[in-house]
Design a protein. Structure first.
Length: 761
């Protein structure tokens, strides 16, 4: 921990005194800046020792190629000699006595030479990736790197990044670029999600119909899953798969960058693409299965028959010949049990094997697959659902539904990879959903990723040893193109890379953000379409001592100024500079900007109910934040996307708002969402009433809400006009719609409704 504290303290000094020249990500475990710099010219040699080690020569050649591409300087790789070892060169040396593990290294940069040492070629590779980041961005005949001394090794042995290519196929060139970006940031495991309901993406020679039929879907859902009712589709076929030769090529490419690829073949659920090709593998062998054209979870799963196990063993045999790594990911998540419950074969199989329920049947399925994979000298990884019904003996668990699965597996002495959705799902929104590209939902800003601690404190020191590392997951439902993937993944994956590498201890986000800001030109040079949310401006409100509403503007990029306007005009560097909270006296739209590209436009609705407390006559299981002042925080819901400003009610609503004193009231208004496919139905009726004493109420409206069930999602306003009245209390009642109607995909299930701000004028 003292090394981390040292490096963080040093980093602030480095930025202040050395013109931001040590912008290393991930930052080394132990680091010391030195005076001077090393100059690279066309005469500089990359000297390898021992010269006979082909892997070390490969590391050197990869580094030389990267320098040529980034800086335009052609360096030569040369075997070691006494003269070259002492010259103004870059030395890459294997030192088996170096006690820094397989991935650690020592790096010394002086004005006369550069020396990198490691016990393995992998460690030398990471040393060269640090050297890359010490070099400037851009091409020149002479380039320099600052002097320093580094002793470095990672905290976790597993530092992963995932890519789903089933929902949207990604070309080989992009997959290689993805691996390049991982390697530059010292991530060592690429989880390649190759099969799912929406497409089978890997050639299996014994089963050609998997790619002939299973790799193609007829069309794709338009918009967000619940945006339209009924759903709409683009009518355009989507397909693609990787040949076995292409996969071998990608595997070789990854190996040259010390990235291990873990293929994922989904089972027993997420199997529609496979069942489309071979329907006899399902519980309804005569059914005309179709590759899924929309997202979600489907009841059609593999039937646990001998035919299915024979098929999967054949598939995995071919997969294991292509991917030499230790692990095969077998999915195991989101497997509905409907088909198994309705299958006479499955029910009979359960009786024969004394399985008490379908969860144990899934465990039986996974155990059979694990036994086969283990017989080939490999091990399985599965999503945390494989815990249900009993964990396979040697399985590694990928904890995605929070941390509970990982904790449970570690307590059972199973290896765990942490990837909880709330901190590691890079398909979630990273900025304001109203202005961000369409995403699946959620909210995961950069600083929240960086704050994540992968090892749960609930585990004992011995149990913590089962936490192998951390992974970012990238599901591509709403990422049809590679540039969409880049936008969602970077720079959040870079934050994950650093927390996976840094020693355990306190982290400083401002330090990371400063290094990242200076690292972005490197991403520009690689044509990465990264998100610029680092420069975002965030607005929050709070009352001052006089009860006036103040707006505070903050940003992740701590060293840039904020300029703003409140008069409707666009801000620039000549408008008012933000130096402290902005006091509001009326409904105001604040527009703000930073010179680095940050932008904000947000309207704050000042009204008599702003920040006033409210109480509930009935408890309806509503969101916990509804019990604060979220319904009176001055921010209206502006989009169904993300729904950060909306409060959900899972029963009837009966709220009384206390204005504090009797005051004039002319209007009360609020909005309700209509997102039918998400079971978010507007209430059937709403009543709004006011009272002076909280006992006798005058009702302004008691009316049904009328809307079309079909069509796109919508925001429905409800307004009560009181003309001239005086009141202290405002009571709002809304009647839940009950259950989803016949014809709805969730017919018979309970609905809920969402509202945003109770505005009192």
């Amino acid at each position: 921990m003292k090394y981390l504290l040292f490096c963080l303290l040093f980093s602030f000094t480095a930025f202040a005194q050395t013109n931001n020249q040590y912008n290393l990500i991930p930052f080394p475990a132990r680091f010391s800046g030195q005076d001077g710099q090393f100059t690279l010219t066309a005469n500089t040699r990359v000297v390898v020792s021992p010269a006979t080690d082909a892997t070390v020569r490969g590391v050197a050649q990869t580094f030389v190629n990267q320098v040529k591409s980034a800086n335009g300087l052609a360096l030569a790789v040369t075997p070691t000699s006494p003269v070259l070892a002492k010259g103004a060169n870059i030395l890459l040396t294997l030192n088996k006595k170096l006690a820094l593990g397989d991935e650690g290294y020592k790096l010394t940069v002086t004005s006369t030479r550069v020396v990198a040492e490691a016990a393995t070629a992998r460690g030398l590779f990471y040393a060269t990736q640090t050297l890359r980041q010490l070099l400037p961005v851009g091409q020149s005949a002479t380039i320099t790197m600052p002097a320093c001394a580094i002793t470095d090794k990672p905290r976790y042995g597993y530092r992963g990044l995932h890519l789903d290519v089933s929902r949207h196929f990604m070309p080989v060139a992009f997959v290689k670029k993805y691996i390049d970006l991982m390697a530059m940031h010292k991530q060592n495991t690429f989880h390649w999600h190759l099969t799912d309901d929406q497409g089978w993406r890997i050639e299996i020679k014994k089963y050609p119909k998997l790619t002939q039929l299973g790799s193609k879907r007829a069309e794709t859902l338009i918009g967000q899953y619940s945006q339209n009712y009924p759903q709409q589709f683009d009518g355009k076929p989507h397909g693609g798969f990787y040949t076995q030769e292409e996969i071998r090529d990608v595997v070789r490419y990854a190996q040259s960058r010390f990235v291990t690829i873990i293929p994922e073949i989904e089972m027993p659920g997420h199997a529609l693409a496979a069942l489309t090709a071979y329907p006899e593998l399902g519980c309804e062998p005569t059914k005309a299965y179709q590759v899924a054209t929309k997202w979600g979870v489907f009841d059609d799963v593999f039937c646990p028959s001998d035919k299915t196990f024979g098929f999967l063993q054949d598939v995995l045999t071919e997969v294991m010949t292509l991917f030499p790594g230790k692990y095969i990911h077998i999915g195991g998540d989101e497997c509905p049990k409907t088909a198994w419950k309705q299958s006479a074969f499955c029910q009979d199989l359960m009786k024969k094997n004394n399985l008490k329920d379908e969860h144990e049947l899934q465990s039986y399925f996974i155990r059979r697959i694990e036994k086969f994979v283990n017989s080939k000298g490999r091990a399985i990884i599965g999503w945390d659902e494989i815990l249900e019904g009993g964990l396979a003996p040697n399985a590694t668990v990928m904890s995605w539904r929070g941390t509970a699965g990982g904790i449970a597996a570690a307590k059972q002495k199973h290896a765990v990879i942490m990837t909880p959705g709330e901190t590691c799902y890079l398909d979630h929104y990273q900025g304001n959903p109203a202005t961000e590209p369409l995403a699946i939902g959620g909210y995961l800003p950069l600083d929240q990723v960086y704050a994540y601690e992968p090892t749960p404190a609930d585990l004992s020191p011995a149990e913590q040893n089962y936490i192998l590392g951390v992974q970012g997951n990238v599901w591509t439902e709403y990422m049809p193109l590679s540039e969409n993937v880049e936008y969602m993944v970077f720079p959040r994956a870079i934050a994950l890379a650093e927390i996976a590498w840094l020693p355990k201890g306190p982290r400083n986000f401002e330090d990371f953000a400063q290094r990242l800001k200076n690292h972005l030109p490197r991403l520009n040079a690689m044509s990465v379409n990264y998100a610029k949310r680092l420069f975002d401006i965030t607005a929050t409100t709070q009352p001052n001592e006089q009860g006036q509403i103040q707006v505070r503007l903050t940003k992740l990029d701590s060293d840039s100024q904020i300029f703003y306007t409140t008069n409707g005009k666009e801000p620039n560097e000549r408008t008012t500079e933000y130096i402290g909270p902005i006091t509001l006296t009326k409904t105001t739209t604040i527009r703000a900007m930073t010179p680095t590209g940050g932008r904000l436009t947000q309207t704050f609705t000042l009204h008599k109910g702003k920040n006033k407390p409210y109480t509930y006559a009935i408890e309806t299981g509503n969101d916990s934040d509804a019990k604060t002042t979220k319904l009176t925080d001055g921010v209206r819901g502006d989009t169904p996307r993300g729904r950060r400003e909306w409060v959900n009610f899972f029963g009837d609503m009966d709220i009384t708002l206390d204005l504090g004193d009797v005051t004039s009231v002319t209007k009360v208004s609020l909005n309700f969402l209509k997102v039918i496919l998400d079971k978010s139905f507007p209430p059937t009726s709403v009543s709004i009433a006011i009272s002076r004493d909280g006992q006798d109420y005058k009702e302004a409206i008691d009316q049904p809400i009328k809307y079309e069930l079909t069509g796109p999602w919508d925001i429905l306003p409800v307004v009560a006009d009181f003309k001239t009245a005086r009141a202290r209390y405002v009571r709002i009642r809304a009647k839940n719609a009950g259950v989803c109607p016949t014809g709805h995909p969730n017919a018979g299930e309970k609905t809920y409704f969402s509202t945003d701000e109770i505005v009192v004028e």
